[in-house]
Design a binder for this molecule. Structure first.
Ligand SMILES: Cc1cc2nc3c(=O)[nH]c(=O)nc-3n(C[C@H](O)[C@H](O)[C@H](O)COP(=O)(O)OP(=O)(O)OC[C@H]3O[C@@H](n4cnc5c(N)ncnc54)[C@H](O)[C@@H]3O)c2cc1C
Length: 402
């Protein structure tokens, strides 16, 4: 049998298999937790094996020969920084590519706050990509659209999770698409949250307030280190009201709603598939203290020549400082998110209880999380982020990545 048959703990749901299938025999279908997995229509399948080629499970990551470089970076434009999750470097990259006639692919909110990848080739359209959405984005037709742009010789910037980047590269290689004009950008990733739980949360907020108008997972009103969701609902700013209340982001942070494959993530290392990697620079107080104004600083890993060339083009729009490999160390550059002990209990409750009840129980900060939230800004300020992370690893990390 020359077709995919992925196991749930390994399939990242990138959809490369469905995108590459010439017969449309594979569809991505959501399971009870709301994560999409491929489903093969055997009547349509011709056993061509393209889906196996495009599937990242067990495949070697493409290696870069480039000597990796590390930077702290913050966009010079205040509004861009405030609307972005860290230092706004994703926006600088997107702006540069569209300015030169290229196309950018990223994750944005669609109607009803559905999180989906789409294409932008003018600046105004790239703005919807701004800000992290901590749920799994639907790539929809993105891989085919990227292929079309690349075959037309257009510069393309694809931004997404590390596994989406790997999926896209395998798709392009399976279809022998020229990649010279493609630049990929991923981020250090904690894991993706369930889209179904996100949809439930969106409906709950809309019901409570009459409408949900705007949602930013990482509002910076209280600063980057103490960010909390910025919410506009029923035409009012209700962020303050939700600051200490139960929230989706807390369920996400506790990892109960994380995709199963994320607990085994193969991309939590310095070896990246993407040309550039972005992240929050939590160790900024040690690495480049003068750059920490609590509005957010990005860490940038430059992984390839293509990445270096694009980053060089945007450096004028940002304040940057070169750093060391140790400076940018963070948990998910070394090991994946741990599956919490209460994951199974959570999903049982989710299946059997009204959503609001589940949210009240699991969307609150635990005592440990409250302490961590209070302690971490102090630990960071003292320049002890890396030490704290490494201690966390010794005490809490149960399974080693395979
Ligand atoms: C699910 C998720 C987990 C993350 N985990 C960590 C982590 O553990 N540690 C860490 O330091 N940083 C993490 N980040 C990255 C961090 O939140 C910032 O996005 C990153 O630092 C870039 O910030 P920025 O200010 O340059 O750009 P921003 O404007 O904040 O980022 C926007 C970019 O992210 C992309 N994007 C947003 N949401 C998604 C999504 N759901 N799927 C795919 N692409 C998306 C957009 O296409 C755009 O290119 C995570 C981001 C996401 C989406």
């Amino acid at each position: 049998m020359n077709r995919i048959d992925p196991v749930k703990t390994a399939c990242c749901g990138c959809g490369a298999c469905a995108s590459v299938c010439p017969k449309g025999a594979i569809t991505m279908e959501a399971d009870d937790e709301g994560f999409r997995y491929p489903s093969v229509d055997e009547a349509l399948c011709v056993n061509c094996g393209l889906c196996v080629k495009a599937c990242s499970i067990g495949k070697e990551k493409p290696a870069h020969t480039f000597e990796q470089q590390y930077f702290a970076a913050q966009h010079k434009d205040d509004d861009t920084v405030m609307q972005s999750s860290s230092g706004g470097i994703a926006s600088a990259l997107a702006a540069e590519v569209v300015k030169n006639g290229g196309a950018v692919y990223g994750a944005g909110f669609e109607a009803g706050f559905e999180v989906r990848h789409s294409r932008a080739d003018v600046l105004s359209e790239t703005l919807r990509f701004r800000g992290s959405k901590y749920v799994q984005s639907d790539l929809a037709q993105t891989m085919q659209e990227v292929e079309e742009d690349l075959r037309g010789g257009r510069e393309v910037l694809f931004t997404g999770t590390p596994c989406q980047v790997h999926g896209l590269l395998l798709y392009l290689r399976a279809k022998r698409v020229p990649e010279d004009t493609l630049v990929t950008c991923d981020f250090v990733c904690h894991g993706v949250g369930s889209l179904q739980v996100w949809e439930d949360y969106v409906s709950l907020l809309a019901t409570r307030h009459g409408s949900l108008d705007r949602y930013n997972f990482r509002g910076k009103e209280a600063g980057w280190h103490k960010s909390y969701p910025a919410i506009q609902a029923g035409s009012q700013n209700v962020s303050e009201k939700y600051k200490e209340k139960e929230s989706f982001f807390r369920m996400y942070s506790s990892s109960v709603i994380t995709r199963p494959s994320c607990y085994q993530c193969a991309y939590t290392s310095y070896e990246r598939c993407a040309d550039l990697t972005l992240a929050d620079f939590w160790n900024i107080d040690k690495a480049a203290p003068a750059m920490n104004d609590d509005r957010g600083t990005s860490q940038v890993l430059v992984n390839s020549e293509k990445g270096a060339a694009l980053f060089a083009r945007v450096r004028g729009a940002a304040v940057t400082q070169e750093c060391s490999k140790e400076d940018v160390w963070q948990l998910h550059l070394e090991f994946p998110t741990q599956s919490p002990k209460n994951r199974e209990v959570f999903w049982k409750a989710y299946a059997s209880q009204p959503f609001e009840q589940v949210l009240l129980r699991y969307g609150k900060h635990s005592f440990t999380a409250k302490c961590r939230r209070k302690l971490m800004p102090v630990v960071n300020k003292l320049g002890l982020y890396t030490l704290a992370g490494k201690l966390y690893k010794i005490v809490f990390v149960r399974e080693k990545k395979q």
